[in-house]
Design a protein around this ligand. Sequence first.
Ligand SMILES: [Zn+2]
Length: 74
Amino acid sequence: MKAIEETLKHCRKCEMKTTHQRNTNKTGLVMLLVHLVLIAVTWGVWLIILAIWTLLNQRVGGWICSECGNRRFL
Ligand SMILES: [Zn+2]
């Protein structure tokens, strides 16, 4: 499930506080159980897939300025 998070942050390009947005994955208890089952079924291979997936999500999950589209990661 994807949700859009919004917050006010200082943008270096705009040189003022602007609205920043990012996509967040809301993972619940059900997803945790699914992951645990998948790790057991795939003999741990799923852990590697999960690690790559988390890394990709972190890149996508950076804050983006809604004014100029500038990316920041904190
Ligand atoms: Zn900006």
